[in-house]
Design a protein around this ligand. Structure first.
Ligand code: UDP
Ligand code: MG
Length: 319
């Protein structure tokens, strides 16, 4: 084909962890939408060590449809690793990241492609403007998290932002140049800069299967984000240290003055125990914060691979 007429290729990266129930719906919907796209697509599924029939399903999809590719991990490495693997292996001029559960509506794709082609943007992000169908505690803590992280981090996080976004090759390469082990993509997408247009939509509940995120998993993820994109907790530790020194000096002065004035200061063992416990607690807490940063540094220095591939569609074809 003449190069001038060649259509752009869009890589659609889909992290999948036990999504055998959702993938058929997703595939049907993408197939429908792709007809109205002014570009070719490749569907790059990343099987993140699923224990259900996901891989089998992907094998048969890849056999039937030339546009389908897949990468299967040797075990569950997490969605962050799956997104990184997808971006690394995407061949497209543009790349999109989408969940397999149709919570990221494929119907937005044509508009996103149009924006990147016609307007002066390198990325189109999406955010949900409500959290219908989510437990209220989760919503409460999510809001709290965004308030805190935006106070203490230079990188600004957009509330409700999803990982669903379309990027130009330029931005994909920029994202890939950050090869850190402790990945937090929402921050990385912001950190690399470039102009991003945000599309908004109301939350959609997953089409089939179950969410892979428990409250505890989300909580740990948010702490990881804070450690990855802010050093404020370390500064807070120093602040506590300074504050307690100051309090101690004031206490010493008060005791000396009282002694000189002839007032007996030697009383109050109960309050003393409380103070010792409190200061001891604060010390352990701040050492814990230090430990968080140290452990992340430790993991980074090991330079372990972010993911390991067990199989791709190319292996499948050989058989
Ligand atoms: N996912 C993944 N690895 C994991 C957890 C999730 O690849 O360890 C994928 C999952 O298959 C889905 C996407 O990440 O396509 C979002 O997960 P989920 O829908 O469970 O999260 P939620 O939408 O509830 O936040
Ligand atoms: Mg989901």
């Amino acid at each position: 084909m003449d190069k001038m007429n060649k259509k752009d290729l869009i890589s659609i990266i889909v992290p999948c962890y036990n999504e055998e129930e959702a993938i058929p719906f997703f595939y049907r919907e993408i197939d429908r939408v792709s007809a109205s796209l002014d570009a070719d697509i490749e569907l790059l599924f990343v099987d993140d060590g699923s224990s259900d029939g996901t891989l089998k399903l992907l094998r048969s999809l890849a056999e039937k449809d030339k546009r389908v590719r897949y990468i299967s991990f040797s075990r569950n490495f997490g969605k962050e690793a799956a997104m990184y693997a997808g971006l690394q292996n995407a061949a497209g001029d543009y790349a999109a990241i989408m969940d397999a559960d149709l919570q990221d509506p494929p119907a937005l794709l044509p508009e996103m492609v149009r924006i990147l082609k016609e307007e002066d943007y390198d990325s189109v992000g999406t955010r949900r403007i409500n959290r219908k169908g989510e437990p209220p505690v989760r919503t409460f803590f999510a809001k709290l998290f965004y308030r805190i992280i935006n106070k203490i981090s230079k990188v600004q996080f957009v509330p409700g932002a999803r990982d669903f976004r379309l990027m130009t090759r330029r931005m994909v390469d920029a994202v890939l140049s950050l090869s850190e082990y402790n990945r937090f993509s929402k921050g990385i997408f912001q950190w690399v800069g470039f102009k991003t247009k945000w599309l908004e939509y109301k939350n959609i509940e997953r089409v089939a299967g179950k969410t892979k995120w428990s409250f505890w998993k989300l909580f740990k993820y948010s702490l990881e984000c804070i450690v990855a994109f802010s050093t404020a907790p370390l500064a807070i530790s120093s602040f506590f240290g300074f504050l307690f020194c100051l309090l101690a000096v004031i206490g010493i002065i008060v005791i000396i003055v009282r002694q000189l004035a002839g007032v007996d200061s030697a009383y109050g063992w109960a309050s003393e125990v409380c103070i010792i416990l409190f200061v001891g607690g604060v010390q352990l807490f701040t050492i814990g914060i230090l430990g968080q940063y140290l452990s992340k540094t430790y993991l980074e220095t090991k330079k372990r691979p972010i993911y390991l591939i067990a199989e791709t569609e190319k292996d499948n074809k050989k058989e």
